[in-house]
Design a protein around this ligand. Structure first.
Ligand SMILES: [Zn+2]
Length: 154
């Protein structure tokens, strides 16, 4: 039997919900980026819900209504955990979108596409939660694929 200390005893609120892609190549670094404080280039968010769905913003953009799984990934943290910030993180070479090959190696076009997707999702979320802060991020492979750079999209 495994037993671990429960870090959040009697804590029911979190600062943010971070919706990211399921991709195993990105989520560990995504957590580091979200937690690290702004001087280190991160968001400085320590306590957050962390739903992941294939394509992140894609699932919001394709959701038909508030009952969709994607919208529930936002509404539960916001309504039950009182999350004030909503972070959506898309990434380069996302299989849910057909990967990088869909862009024939045009890294700029791929980034532009994801930024448009993220902004579309933001508009949809703000229509429902106008008083929340929505933060958009694109995880880009840089340095010949050795590093992941997290770029805030405004
Ligand atoms: Zn993905």
């Amino acid at each position: 039997m495994a037993k671990y200390p429960f870090s959040y005893k009697n804590i029911h609120h979190c600062e943010a919900v971070v919706l990211s892609c399921i991709d195993f190549r990105f989520w560990k670094e995504t957590v580091k980026f979200v937690k690290s404080s702004p001087p280190a280039g991160g968001l400085g968010i320590k306590i957050f819900d962390f739903p992941s769905l294939p394509g992140a913003a894609k699932t919001i953009n394709e959701s038909a209504d508030d009952k969709s799984l994607a919208m529930q990934c936002i509404s539960v943290p916001v309504n039950l955990h009182h999350a004030q910030k909503i972070v959506i993180i898309n990434h380069q070479d996302c299989g849910a979108y057909g990967g990088s090959e869909k862009f024939n190696g045009d890294i700029e076009a791929e980034q532009q596409f994801h930024e448009t997707e993220l902004k579309k999702a933001k508009a949809k979320i703000l229509a429902k939660y106008p008083d929340k802060e929505v933060i958009l991020v694109y995880a880009k492979l840089v340095d010949n694929g050795d590093n992941i750079e997290f770029i805030t999209v405004s």
